[in-house]
Ligand binder design. Structure first.
Ligand code: HEM
Length: 442
């Protein structure tokens, strides 16, 4: 996690290469460099590099690990449908608010005793994707729902294991590793269950009232089939992988950020006081809504600072150059893997007054008004910018504000705030260290 732009650039420059096994990859460091590559030269730096194990699972379908025309069409379709889910922004806002109530009930059941909130948060954010993709949420105890979350978790763990990384680097040498089989089996099981959900939706499809993303995809697919268009990217493999990608990309990210936000509130009680004071004075006791965000500058600044400080996807996802490109004096060949170090942007010492501290004032002007910052790039930038950014921001604002309206988050009894550890667990994402907190009802 110690990837400050100053430290790394001082040692290696803002563009440098490292060897991952036999492979040379290019690393981009610091706000100006990352911005120039991803925004000014986005067509050269905007392809995706999929690790071998993910190529095997996706075969170029979906949106996360794909490229070319298929990616373009799937991304465009998903963006349009995620923007309004075919049902208007209001509908997703209502779904998130409904899920906040369910999450609050779970937190309430612990009656202020310390517990690890990870599962409850994962269930809530997974349900948002379920509502958007399938059109309905699941009961937290539903075995199919639990099964899907359990498999996603298992896949995540094995895919990050040392043996899988070895396989990604030297596929022919490590092909027979046990983990590769396990990954492909779990992934096949995931696809099977996703298919069964899609199948149910297909049987009761009504083109006049699309329930969610799957319905809109099926309607488009049918429309193209009926008009005799066989050469289309709207086929079953893309549908199933789009669904899986939305779950993979949209669950752990939002859940991890929410967990960071609650941990940081418990660690910094004066900041929590100020958020709760603002929520109380602006909203009284009523449920927070999206349109309140403009009147809640401090709360908004805190959420932005959580995203900046935690920098949960430190290296973005691997990019690939689409052509030879000369960048800041370096010739980077077509097809080279490139990692834009987002953490070096979010902690860039020339951009942030206190890059290493949790300091919501980064996003406030001298009058206490919310202020945007150019180097705020937790969702990356350019062609491959996070497809779920709008949804993620909506979820973070509504979940965070709703929870803080209802509960005060504190360390377990006897643990002083300063002893709450903020050192991230370095995985592919930067996870908050495992911890228990109390949610004391207000
Ligand atoms: C890609 C961050 C939530 C869907 C990404 C990338 C980042 C990111 C850094 C990689 C961009 C790149 O390669 O340059 C986040 C954060 C989130 C979040 C911090 C929450 C706090 C979501 C949600 C969804 C989503 C809720 C979906 C509903 C995607 C997809 C991609 C992506 C599909 C791949 C886009 C592409 O390759 O074209 N996200 N994300 N993300 N994200 Fe998110």
């Amino acid at each position: 996690a110690n990837l400050s732009s100053k430290g790394l650039s001082k040692k290696f420059g803002s563009v440098f290469s490292v060897h991952f096994g036999m492979k040379k990859v290019v690393v981009l460091c610091g706000y100006r460099t990352v911005k120039e590559a991803l925004l000014t030269l986005d067509e050269a730096f905007g392809e995706r590099e999929a690790p071998t194990i993910l190529q095997e699972q996706t075969k170029g379908h979906g949106v996360l690990w794909s490229g070319g025309d298929s990616w373009k069409e799937m991304r465009r379709f998903a963006l349009t449908n995620l923007r309004d889910f075919g049902m208007g922004k209001k509908a997703s806002e209502e779904k998130i608010i409904e899920e906040c109530q369910h999450l609050s009930v779970v937190l309430q059941q612990f009656k202020g005793e310390a517990f690890d909130m990870s599962n409850a948060i994962t269930f809530a954010v997974s349900n948002i994707i379920c509502s958007i993709v399938y059109g309905s949420r699941f009961n937290y105890n539903d075995p199919e729902f639990r099964g899907q979350i359990g498999r996603a978790d298992a896949l995540n763990h094995i895919q990050l294991s040392v043996s899988t990384q070895l396989y990604n680097l030297y596929p022919s040498l490590f092909k027979w590793l046990l983990n590769r089989r396990r990954i492909l089996n779990i992934s096949a099981e995931n696809k099977k269950q996703t298919w069964s959900f899609i199948h149910h939706l297909k049987e009761s499809l009504n083109p006049e009232t699309c329930r969610g993303f799957v319905d809109t995809f099926l309607v488009r697919q049918k429309h193209l089939e009926d008009s005799g268009n066989t050469d289309t990217h709207f086929h079953d493999d893309n549908l199933v992988h789009m669904v899986l990608d939305l779950f993979i990309a949209g669950t752990e990210t939002t859940g991890t950020t929410l967990r960071w936000s609650l941990l940081l509130m418990a660690r910094y009680p004066l900041i929590q006081d100020r958020v709760q004071g603002e929520l109380r004075s602006v909203l009284g006791g009523r449920q927070v809504q999206m349109e309140d965000r403009k009147n809640l500058p401090y709360t908004n600044a805190v959420i932005h600072e959580v995203l900046r400080f935690s920098s949960i996807i430190p290296m973005a996802l691997p990019h690939k150059t689409s052509r030879d490109v000369t960048f800041r004096g370096h010739l980077i060949k077509k097809g080279t893997t490139v990692y834009p170090l987002l953490v070096s942007v979010l902690h860039d010492e020339s951009e942030w007054e206190k890059p290493r501290s949790f300091h919501p004032d980064h996003f406030l002007d001298t009058d206490g008004k919310f202020t945007k910052r150019d180097a705020f790039m937790p969702f990356s930038a350019g062609r491959r910018i996070c497809l779920g950014e709008t949804l993620a921001r909506m979820e973070l604002f509504l979940f965070f504000s709703s929870l803080l309206q209802r509960f005060r988050f504190t360390p377990p009894p006897g643990v002083p705030e300063e002893e709450l550890d903020l050192t991230p667990n370095v995985c592919f994402t930067l996870l908050p260290p495992t911890h228990k907190l109390c949610a004391v009802a207000l």
